[in-house]
Design a protein around this ligand. Structure first.
Ligand code: CMP
Length: 142
């Protein structure tokens, strides 16, 4: 089914100057970028985004990392976009990520793991709305 998913290129990958290389992976896999912007997250914005992890031991480090530099946030559209995007990213822990995935190629550790992607269509809808208004999303007509 035609789906949308939400994607973040995290501060480590932005610092590696890998935005274009990562966008190329998305497009080569048939995902279309239908919204995109660079933002430097505030502590409050990052805490709200990761609210489900608030009680986890890594929450403080996660928020600190995600606010350490600018990120790229984007909406990707395509057939089966949520799963397709997760396949491109690879496992959360780069030590377990398959060769050729983004985490395998760009991530140094589970804490600094280059990219984020929605885990289901429901979380995708929530995460997209957390960063983008309807007018900022541009479905393709050609
Ligand atoms: P992400 O998909 O952005 O969602 C939460 C992030 O927390 C995750 O990627 C990891 O970068 C980070 N994290 C750190 N430790 C863990 C852990 N033990 N389990 C899951 N996520 C972790």
């Amino acid at each position: 089914a035609l789906e949308r998913t939400f994607s973040i290129i995290k501060p480590d990958a932005v610092a590696k100057n890998a935005i274009g290389a990562i966008y190329n992976r998305f497009e080569s896999a048939g995902l279309r970028i239908v919204a995109s912007k660079m933002v430097h997250l505030s502590k409050e914005k990052a805490e709200g985004f990761y609210a489900e992890h608030k009680e986890r031991p890594f929450f403080g480090a996660l928020v600190s990392f995600m606010t350490s530099g600018p990120v790229m946030v984007q909406v990707l559209e395509g057939d089966n976009a949520v799963v397709r995007h997760r396949e491109i990213m690879g496992a959360t822990n780069p030590a377990e990520a398959a060769a050729g995935t983004l985490r395998s190629d760009y991530a140094a550790s589970i804490d600094e793991n280059a990219v984020h992607g929605s885990d289901a269509p429901e979380s995708a809808a929530r995460e997209i709305a957390y960063f983008f208004s309807d007018e900022e999303i541009c479905p393709r007509t050609r």
